[in-house]
Write a protein that binds this ligand. Structure first.
Ligand SMILES: Cc1cc2nc3c(=O)[nH]c(=O)nc-3n(C[C@H](O)[C@H](O)[C@H](O)COP(=O)(O)OP(=O)(O)OC[C@H]3O[C@@H](n4cnc5c(N)ncnc54)[C@H](O)[C@@H]3O)c2cc1C
Length: 626
């Protein structure tokens, strides 16, 4: 809070300045500025920022009432306390002054002690109000450091769709390459955090990539760990799995820093882009709010669309009668897991990384009820190994022959590692550097075979969980507070007179033929993760791109077709000028297109090539982005 009282005296009589100065000066801590021409009072007040204005009524050119009216109509001065200090002593004048917004009224001359007391009181109220505004602004900056708001620019050079890692790093890279380019970043989630993985998590949701590999820029992979060292010296090691929320903070700071260094001020807009089409200017974006935005170029950084909730199609007519709040479509939405009775049963559909996060998150919030996890394979991801040195060098040519050959090589490598007392993790880590090359070498049929037969094994080996967290889940299973079932939801129906759902689960696996389990659940949570085939999506933007032929799914529906620079390919296979794809929707082409180490490279390549293509290097901008 400002520590001094700042008084602006507006009075045309020069001796008033001396008198008031003597009266206030003796009290100490009051700074006085005197203006004798009322016409200059507004400008002086804006520049001096008084905590109180003292002013006469009868002045030549502009009287005190007119001046008061002008303050109250001015956004900067409307709330500044104004004390009328005048020799006019009648009830009408006082009533008029208060009607126009005067804070107080004194007749010349009060005792000094009274004048000081009134000035100090009104000044204190003003200073407290200013401090409240400042605190609120600081809290808003901490909550929303990028300044997401609802109002888009009518046009910009590049529109970035998606405010996750890929979208934000594309913005940072474009800003660095073309500081003058005007950017709009569009994010449909209400939470202005950095995407699904790093925005909606607590301190115990951990990264699944070691800290030293999570730097936001490819040329500095250790930057995140260095940031951790500065913020929490000695607490998180280079090979540790740091909390995801900390990565979110680092990412926001990095992006704010990179934009600031480039002098770029993108407009961050909280709105969904629901339709996109070509336009003479470049592209026209339609937002969910009904607004439209023109952009010369577009970066599509939308992540993967969520799969349809697993209960669609199994509930029949009964599904429509289940209260919506009992079905959690997206566990990452703000507040999605709030309001669950602490002893209630929760059915979680899925058993991958999202399910693990949800289960542990519920327990941390004090949820005591039974947790029932149901997934097709009925398996948790496997644990990360302790550091096991450099991965073995696997023969890329053999891996590239086909998925069966690759599987055999991995099995052989696991056996060799075991013979030397090493665990299997090294074999998977040995495949990863070759993953994209190998994927691209396989035919569509070979990729399809992999997806059908080997993908579940790859997923649980590739996307691992810190052992400490798996130990918690195992302890729960042993205690009977958590069930993990291989199966699928068979039916769901509301429970009459209770906020609960009767869930029936078809159980799979050995000896389970025809077995059905019934659970009464207070919530059912969708943790099945992203869609397996994007062409089935109900996402409005992707749907509109497919319909117009601006985008086309890859042969296996894993993502959208794009070229090596991330240029989206249209239905005829031609690269779309002015458009880039960054993120997991490139997995059909690259396979590994999920984690920060891949996405940071994609963002840099896409940004560089788009800036060159649109000729934005040092060019005048299409619109200003202030
Ligand atoms: C639970 C979880 C944990 C993970 N942990 C790690 C990890 O430890 N290390 C790692 O490297 N990777 C991890 N990942 C992978 C992670 O997805 C990537 O690292 C990265 O965050 C993906 O960023 P993205 O911007 O491509 O996608 P997202 O984070 O999905 O962001 C895409 C954004 O686009 C928005 N969007 C979509 N469509 C529209 C539209 N039409 N209009 C406006 N906005 C739209 C979405 O709301 C979303 O916020 C994890 C993922 C998850 C889900």
């Amino acid at each position: 809070m400002a520590s001094e009282d700042r008084v602006l005296l507006v009075d045309d009589q020069p001796m008033m300045g001396e008198v008031v100065n003597r009266m206030l000066g003796a009290a100490g801590g009051i700074v006085l500025r005197v203006v004798s021409r009322p016409q200059e009072a507004l400008a002086a007040a804006r520049e001096f920022t008084p905590t109180v204005i003292l002013q006469d009524i009868e002045m030549p050119g502009m009287n005190g009432f007119e001046l008061l009216d002008a303050y109250r109509a001015d956004a900067e001065l409307a709330e500044v306390p104004v004390i009328m200090l005048t020799s006019v002593e009648n009830a009408e004048a006082k009533a008029r002054a208060f009607e126009l917004g005067a804070t107080d009224y004194m007749v010349k001359f009060p005792e000094a002690i009274e004048m000081v007391a009134r000035v100090r009181r009104h000044s204190l109220v003003r200073r407290q109000a200013l401090a409240r505004v400042q605190r609120a602004a600081e809290a808003e900056r901490a909550r929303n450091p990028l300044g997401f708001g609802r109002e888009p620019l009518p046009q910009c050079d590049i529109a970035i769709i998606g405010g996750g890692f890929s979208g934000l790093m594309s913005a940072a890279q474009i800003a660095a390459a073309a500081p003058g380019a005007s950017l709009g970043v569009f994010e449909r989630r209400l939470r202005p955090g950095p995407g699904v993985a790093y925005g909606a998590c607590d301190g115990e949701h951990l990264l699944n990539v070691p800290a030293a590999r999570m730097g936001a820029f490819a040329e500095k992979p250790t930057a995140f760990h260095e940031w951790l060292e500065r913020e929490f010296p000695g607490r998180i090691g280079a090979s540790d799995f740091a909390p995801r929320a900390l990565f979110g903070r680092y990412l926001l700071e990095t992006v704010v820093g990179a934009l600031g260094a480039a002098g770029s001020r993108p407009r961050f807009v909280s709105d969904a882009v629901v339709h996109l089409e070509r336009h003479a200017f470049g592209f026209e974006l339609l937002l969910a709010s009904g607004r439209t935005v023109l952009a010369r170029g577009v970066v599509l950084a939308v992540g993967l669309p969520q799969a349809r909730a697993p209960w669609r199609g199994v509930g029949g007519d009964a599904l429509a009668t289940i209260p919506r709040k009992l079905l959690v479509d997206d566990p990452w939405e703000a507040g999605a897991l709030e309001g669950i009775p602490a002893d209630g049963t929760v059915v979680v559909v899925g058993s991958g990384l999202t399910a693990v996060d949800v289960v542990l998150g519920l327990r941390r919030r004090g949820h005591r009820g039974k947790l029932v996890l149901v997934s097709r394979n009925g398996r948790f991801p496997l644990p990360h190994a302790a550091a096991h040195g450099a991965p073995p060098a696997l023969d890329a040519a053999e891996l590239s022959r086909g998925p069966r050959e690759a599987f055999r090589l991995v099995r052989r490598t696991v056996r060799e590692l075991a013979a030397h007392d090493h665990d299997w993790h090294g074999a998977i880590d040995g495949v990863r550097p070759h993953a994209t090359k190998v994927w691209q070498a396989w035919s569509t049929e070979q990729r399809a075979y992999f997806l059908r037969r080997l993908r579940p094994y790859w997923e649980i080996h590739r996307h691992r969980v810190p052992p400490r967290l798996l130990a918690l889940l195992d302890a729960e299973r042993a205690a009977g507070t958590l069930d993990l079932i291989a199966g699928s939801i068979a039916s769901m129906a509301p429970v009459a007179g209770a906020e609960a759902i009767d869930v029936r689960i078809d159980v799979r696996g050995k000896g389970a033929r025809g077995a059905v389990q019934a659970h009464r659940a207070e919530r059912v949570v969708n943790c099945v993760g992203p869609v397996t085939s994007v062409t089935d999506t109900v996402d409005p933007l992707l749907g509109s791109l497919f319909r117009s032929g601006m985008a086309v799914g890859d042969a296996l529906g894993l993502g959208l077709r794009s070229d090596a620079e991330g240029r989206l390919l249209d239905a005829q296979g031609a690269p779309q000028q002015g458009m880039r794809l960054v993120g997991a929707l490139r997995r059909g082409e690259l396979w590994e297109s999920t984690a920060v180490p891949e996405l940071r490279v994609q963002a840099a390549v896409a940004a560089g090539s788009l800036v060159r293509e649109l000729n934005l290097l040092g060019a005048a901008t299409a619109a200003t982005s202030a």
